[in-house]
Design a protein around this ligand. Structure first.
Ligand code: PMV
Length: 330
């Protein structure tokens, strides 16, 4: 009745932005990500008659309100499958700041789904786990797999064909690195969920996003399979800029970038001009993640650390599948 899972966070190289079904969390477009080895969430879930209600603790703090109810809804989906009415205690810890654009909801919901299904004795494959994890946070279905992962948007109304699959395992491209720079650890004001809904509702550029994203997916898959860094990096950077353009042009505007974000973007462009090949990507927050190859990573990391705005740097490579661990958090 108690189980602990660990899941790595993942950063999309072709982003998921916009839902065709808000409740089931079904996306308008497929997305491709890299699972990161350095950023993870561990979650222990215990179901017991001694608990009168679900409870959630994240990084040592008790959580109530919307975040607790989202986690409870996730447990409801799993309880229904397991035919259980037991309440659950959830304790979660990440080794990186939450809600700041480092995909803590992806690793969080992947770990929660895996731990809770295991605790209730369900034996599900990763496709089934992905369909559940996706309903907590869309990008969570990608964190169930290591390496390079695609979340297929699917076309069915019930979401049964909208889940993730691995494009390539982590060892396929061990030299690909991601330097994650935290320029502010502030929690973001607009959650991705609200940001996406507003973009779909009123960005004049959303149609262009959907028209061009298929081609980005084809090129990103090819870039990963052939380990063509220039192709993958250029597509990832452009896709990120296109996504941000859709949200900047909503009313009211959603601008996740801080001045430090823009200065880091320019730094990446400058390094590239100097011959240090690297590309940026940014999610629903101010942090800048820099894709590069191991041969240049030391120099690039040093340049990032020199920047006075940078508070923390994580050096990541492609990480492992999510999994169960014996080290319970309580
Ligand atoms: O899965 P959510 O609701 O955290 O949304 C993720 C949105 C982006 O990070 C901006 C893009 C992505 O594909 O991860």
């Amino acid at each position: 009745m108690k189980s602990t899972a660990i899941a790595n966070s993942n950063i999309a190289l072709v982003k998921y932005w916009g839902k065709r079904n808000e409740k089931l969390i079904l996306p308008f477009n497929s997305s491709i990500s890299m699972t990161l080895d350095g950023l993870y969430t561990a979650t222990t879930v215990e179901f017991s008659e001694k608990y009168k209600q679900d409870s959630l603790s994240i990084d040592g703090g008790h959580i109530f309100g919307e975040e607790l109810s989202k986690a409870s809804v996730q447990l409801d989906i799993i309880r229904k499958l397991a035919k259980s009415t037991l309440k659950g205690k959830m304790v979660s810890r990440s080794n990186f700041p939450k809600s700041a654009g480092l995909a803590s909801s992806a690793s969080g919901f992947a770990a929660l789904t895996l731990a809770a299904t295991k605790a209730l004795g369900l034996h599900l494959d990763r496709k089934e786990l992905g369909i559940i994890a996706r309903q907590g946070s869309g990008s969570a279905c990608r964190s169930l797999y290591g390496g390079f992962v695609e979340w297929q948007k699917g076309t069915l109304e019930d979401g049964s064909d909208s889940y993730a699959r691995q494009i390539a395992p982590k060892d396929h491209w061990g030299e690909l690195a991601m330097v994650v720079s935290v320029v502010t650890a502030k929690e973001k004001k607009v959650k991705s969920r609200a940001g996406m809904a507003q973009t779909v509702a009123n960005s004049p550029l959303y149609k262009a996003w959907l028209e061009t994203v298929e081609d980005d997916l084809v090129k990103a898959r090819k870039g990963i399979k052939e380990m063509n860094f220039t192709l993958l990096g250029a597509i990832a950077e452009m896709n990120c800029l296109k996504m941000h353009c859709t949200m900047v042009t909503t009313t009211p505007h959603i601008i996740y970038w801080e001045p430090q974000t823009v200065s880091m973007m320019k730094e990446v462009m400058a390094m590239r001009e100097e011959g240090l090949e690297c590309y940026f990507t940014i999610d629903g927050g101010p942090q800048v993640k820099i894709l590069c190859l191991d041969k240049d990573v030391k120099k690039i990391e040093a340049r990032v650390r020199e920047n006075k705005d940078v508070q923390k740097v994580y050096l990541c490579h492609a990480g492992d599948d999510a999994g169960i661990t014996k080290e319970d958090l309580f």
